[in-house]
Design a protein around this ligand. Structure first.
Ligand SMILES: [Mg+2]
Length: 195
């Protein structure tokens, strides 16, 4: 019998894992997990002032499909500026990706979540909140991402979720399809969150 793969093995984190398949199949029956705090077309449209008004203290940000296209290593200046704006407003900010973690040099002084279980595992979000944002209350933490199957796992931890329309890239067909189906499911249950 072979030993189980470590949690930070790249393929197991990013591929269509059993956790993602089970989450996909269960989503239509657990609509509270699709509840969406807000939905915007692009990351730079996330309204910093409203997060502050609503009592948010920290944000976790997905990378691929959210800050840029799939596996990009160079991020647009306006995206970097908007992350800075979040930080300057007093929010705690960290980037949480299941993919490669060594390509965020443009984001100065931003924590990159490492050595935690991959999304959508609830424990990964809890460790990201405690160890990288240094916060304790998930109600005051917001995950920003493009995928309900992975980023939406934040709901399991009691966090708010902001959905970004995915930045198109070279992700696999099955990745794009499951992401789209989960999005449509969320929009069906919570049409008021989507414009
Ligand atoms: Mg993504």
């Amino acid at each position: 019998m072979s030993a189980p793969a470590p949690v930070d093995e790249p393929v197991s984190r990013e591929g269509l894992t059993l956790a993602k398949v089970l989450r996909f199949l269960s989503l239509p029956f657990r609509p509270h997990l699709l509840e969406t705090y807000m939905a915007v077309n692009r990351f730079i449209e996330v309204p910093v002032d409203q997060l502050k008004t609503d009592g948010v203290q920290g944000v976790l940000i997905d990378a691929d499909g959210t800050l840029g296209s799939h596996h990009v290593r160079e991020f647009p200046p306006e995206v970097v500026a908007h992350v800075d704006k979040l930080v300057d407003s007093g929010l705690k900010v960290a980037i949480y990706t299941n993919a490669c973690e060594d390509r965020f040099h443009q984001f100065k002084n931003i924590s990159i979540v490492k050595n935690v279980p991959p999304k959508p595992d609830r424990r990964g979000f809890e460790m990201a909140m405690k160890n990288f944002l240094r916060l304790d209350d998930p109600n005051r933490v917001c995950m920003i991402g493009d995928n309900f199957l992975t980023d939406g796992g934040a709901r399991l931890a009691g966090m708010r979720f902001i959905h970004i329309r995915p930045v198109k890239g070279n992700e696999s067909f099955i990745h794009a399809l499951t992401r789209e189906l989960a999005f449509r499911c969320a929009r069906f249950y919570f049409p008021q969150s989507f414009h």
